[in-house]
Design a protein around this ligand. Structure first.
Ligand code: ADP
Length: 375
């Protein structure tokens, strides 16, 4: 009679190509049921969508069949539980409570940053959030680009105001639901012209409010659209929120690439140790609609790829330059909600890669701590 240990041992031969390890060591085998004529195995995946799911199923059946014999039917069932890059336990250091337990029900916080404005950071952040949501994850988008909030326009929420609610006696702002994403932006809370004149401390307190006064609820991923550059807001952010990882957006032009390097450096220099999940190159190439097989690299080729290899970080995606991305963004229909299949695939492939690298990060690195800085 075959035992559960025999099955576990057999499954050591099955790799999860996404995470680079075998199912047993990665603790992905969640249940084994053995009956007279069948074996049921439940495997837990760690990303919302797994492109090699069927390969894992086939290989698992093959290796278990080899030890169990041909008279038994093997069923493999999948569930997906997104792992967390957070350490949510409330704790104190030298008797002082620390902030790592903020947003306790948010598993992963992804900061989307760029060295330079206008490279499509907000477009990428919005479509990343929507793509992850479409794959079944619970997702929020915090538009922290205080001086140039674009989420209200991109999500078609301009002029709308979020509702308030009472949670445990405290008044909280409810994020707005659109395209499967919970969205909050300074542009939804104050008059658009008002925030532009704010100074540093007001911006910092607005960011803190986004964390403490917005009722995010349970989220697998909170995507934060940071302002461009490498300034004070970024410092406030990493001092307030334990960011799981950063995604750097660039375009292929030399000036943008030079600033993208600064972005990568900002997250990994000195006291700030936020893992950089990778770089996404936006406006990478142009494909004329009548020549769908051609890619024209009008701003240069492989620039982001080179930075990635210099810093030894992944290239998460290459998004083409497409008129409909711009048009859709302007009228509140992000690319992923449009009907251009090539663009949609570019964004969802990028989102899958990001989710995969978050899972790898959560497997291999400790939770990010907020940065305690002495000035
Ligand atoms: P950032 O947040 O970096 O300032 P935005 O996301 O606001 O940049 O994008 C700047 C402009 O470029 C917007 O009008 C947007 O619609 C457009 N845009 C962004 N990405 C693309 C793309 N891949 N193809 C065409 N237009 C794009």
């Amino acid at each position: 009679m075959i035992s559960k240990d025999d099955i576990r041992n057999a499954l050591k031969q099955v790799e999860d190509p996404q995470l680079g390890g075998n199912l047993a060591d990665l603790n992905m085998i969640k249940q084994i049921k053995i009956s007279e004529d069948a074996i049921n195995i439940r495997i837990e995946l760690k990303t919302p969508k797994h492109p090699q799911k069927e390969d894992i199923r086939n290989k698992s059946i093959e290796v278990v069949q080899a030890v169990a014999g041909d008279n038994i039917t093997i069923h493999v069932q999948f569930t997906a539980v997104i792992t967390s890059g957070r350490d949510n336990k409330a704790k104190t250091i030298n008797g002082i409570g620390v902030n790592d337990n903020l947003l306790p029900n948010v598993k992963n916080i992804i900061a989307v940053a760029s060295g330079k404005g206008g490279v499509g950071k907000s477009t990428v952040a919005a479509n990343l959030a929507i793509a992850l949501g479409k794959e079944g994850a619970k997702v929020g988008l915090m538009d922290a680009d205080i001086y140039g909030p674009s989420a209200p326009i991109m999500f078609g929420l301009r002029g709308e105001r979020p509702k308030m609610t009472k949670i445990n006696g405290k008044g909280m702002i409810m994020p707005m639901d659109r395209y499967g994403v919970k969205v909050i932006s300074i542009g939804l809370l104050v008059d658009e012209k008002q925030a532009v004149v704010w100074r540093g401390p007001m911006v910092s307190s607005a960011i803190k409010q986004f964390v403490s006064d917005v009722y995010w609820g349970e989220l697998d991923y909170l995507v934060i659209d940071l302002p461009p550059g490498t300034g004070d807001i970024h410092l406030t952010m990493v001092q307030t929120i334990p960011v799981t990882g950063a995604v750097i957006v660039t375009t292929p032009q030399q000036v943008a690439l030079a600033d993208a390097k600064k972005g990568v450096a900002m997250f990994s220099t000195g006291a700030i140790k936020v893992p950089v999940l990778g770089i996404v190159e936006n406006m990478s190439y142009f494909t004329p609609p009548e020549l769908p097989d051609k890619k024209y690299y009008i701003f240069g080729k492989d620039g982001a790829k080179r930075i990635c290899s210099d810093f030894n970080i992944p290239l998460l995606g290459e998004i083409p330059i497409v008129e409909s991305i711009c048009e859709g963004g302007d009228v509140g229909i992000p690319a992923l909600m449009g009907d251009d299949e090539i663009t949609k695939k570019a964004f969802s492939d990028f989102a899958d890669e990001t989710a995969r690298h978050i899972a790898i990060r959560n497997e291999n690195l400790d939770p990010t701590k907020i940065v305690e800085m002495v000035r």
